[in-house]
Design a protein around this ligand. Structure first.
Ligand code: SAH
Length: 207
């Protein structure tokens, strides 16, 4: 087994079988710019537990952070998921793998070139259960709501009301706010169970 994945399992960042399986099947090296692969090599990228530049001042997230956020999100077979700030498409691809052909992932990215980059990277895997959208995800995606799960990769100052409104009851929202990751579970229209996990660094959500 890959040593980074074994390490994330040992350290209890990775726990759920469907998430571990997605980490094994979707290779991070398929989602970084080719110059980085040429310079550092595929196996370096696969084992590297840190963000890497993908252009436009953005990064592909750190594997540890993605593992932590996906474990909080608990994506499942058949889920409809909104992925805000799809960047390289790596996490989007893992979500497609997990939700399967009865689920669906909408991936929004505000930088048009990165939307194309993520989409091209993901095309290596032939998923049919995904749509990439160029736009501002800070208002969610009303057309396709409600979602079982919403995950965002960029940090806002506060959680937009639209994200909460666009979640199904029992739905889960995982998002960075400043330097914390927050998990919100929707109990009913106006009631959310909330938990904060401090100590992370994210690029800002640009609105
Ligand atoms: N999961 C991605 C993370 C990329 S970094 C990966 O691992 O590759 C976060 C991304 O959020 C960046 O690509 C950035 O352009 C995007 N972003 C920032 N604000 C946004 C907004 N309001 N709507 C959509 N995407 C946004």
């Amino acid at each position: 087994m890959d040593s980074l994945i074994s390490q994330l399992i040992e350290q209890k960042y990775l726990k759920s079988p469907q998430i571990i399986d997605a980490f094994k099947k979707i290779k991070r090296a398929d989602f970084v710019p080719t110059e980085i692969i040429k310079e550092k090599g595929k196996s370096f990228v696969e084992e590297y537990n840190a963000p890497l530049p993908i252009g436009y001042s953005q990064t592909i997230s750190q594997p540890l952070t993605v593992a932590f956020m996906l474990e909080l999100l608990q994506p499942k077979l058949g889920d409809k998921i909104l992925d805000i700030g799809s960047g390289s498409g790596w996490q989007t691809a893992m979500l497609c793998q997990i939700v399967g052909s009865n689920g669906f992932v909408w991936a929004i990215e505000r930088i048009s070139e990165l939307k194309d980059f993520g989409q091209a990277n993901l095309s290596k895997y032939n998923f049919k259960n995904v749509e990439f959208i160029h736009g501002d995800g800070s208002k969610g995606l009303l057309d396709k709501a409600p979602f079982d799960k919403i995950i965002t990769a960029a940090s806002a100052d506060q959680i937009p009301q639209q994200w909460k409104d666009q979640l199904k009851n029992k739905g889960r929202l995982v998002t960075p706010i400043k330097n914390s990751i927050w998990l919100l579970i929707k109990k009913n229209k106006n009631h959310f169970e909330e938990k904060e996990y401090p100590g992370f660094v994210f690029v800002p959500l640009v609105t």
